[in-house]
Write a protein of this length. Structure first.
Length: 204
């Protein structure tokens, strides 16, 4: 399978998941301007131009982070990246993937990191962050993971929380989240994924 990424974008979560599950994948970097190394526009794979996106061995083109992460989780050995299907824990995973995608990624960080966002939009995003980070902090207080063990939701959340300083979100105001992020960055799969993408980010 091919996984399309931009260094330290939310697609970092897919690299973490692949590392964690020890799966084989070809990573293709999306270049500035939304072009692929083979000259095609990235929209040929991801219609909205968003990473992550993937092309499976069977030819399926799949976009949207939660869908791509769920697909990867289902390729991994059971319990490595996701709880078993049809269990209560599996639906909690779906809940957290959607919370991260809609309430954090799009509602908070998208306007804070967009050069096109107005000051009013950024102020509103900062207001939204308070309740959402409070909820996360309460949930993770005393816990190492969003669920009972590591999952693709943790990989996604870590990728998003990595943006705090760039987006002007004072993660230090939530010591639980700062601790959680620091500990997660030390996880071998996370450290390896970040070490792989850091030179690419610096060169971009």
């Amino acid at each position: 399978m091919k996984l399309y990424f931009i260094p330290f974008a939310c697609s970092l979560a897919t690299r973490i998941a692949i590392e964690e599950a020890e799966l084989d994948a070809e990573f293709v970097q999306v270049l500035p301007g939304g072009m692929l190394p083979d000259g095609r526009p990235f929209t040929a794979v991801s219609p909205m131009g968003y990473v992550p996106a993937m092309e499976t061995v069977g030819g399926l083109a799949l976009s949207e982070g939660p869908a791509v992460l769920t697909y990867i989780a289902d390729l991994a050995a059971e319990g490595v990246l996701a709880p078993a299907p049809y269990t209560e824990a599996r639906y909690q995973l779906i809940r957290w993937l959607n919370f991260i995608s809609t309430e954090l990624h799009k509602a908070v960080f998208a306007p804070l990191m967009s050069s096109k966002a107005t000051e009013g939009a950024r102020a509103w995003a900062h207001e939204l962050a308070q309740k959402r980070f409070d909820l996360l902090s309460a949930h993770l207080d005393g816990s190492d993971y969003l669920l009972d063990g590591f999952s693709v939701a943790d990989a996604y959340l870590l990728s998003i929380l990595n943006w705090c300083e760039h987006a002007g979100v004072a993660i230090a105001d939530w010591p639980v989240l700062l601790r959680w992020r620091t500990n997660m960055q030390r996880r071998p799969s996370v450290a390896q994924a970040m070490a792989t993408e850091m030179p690419l980010r610096q060169a971009a």
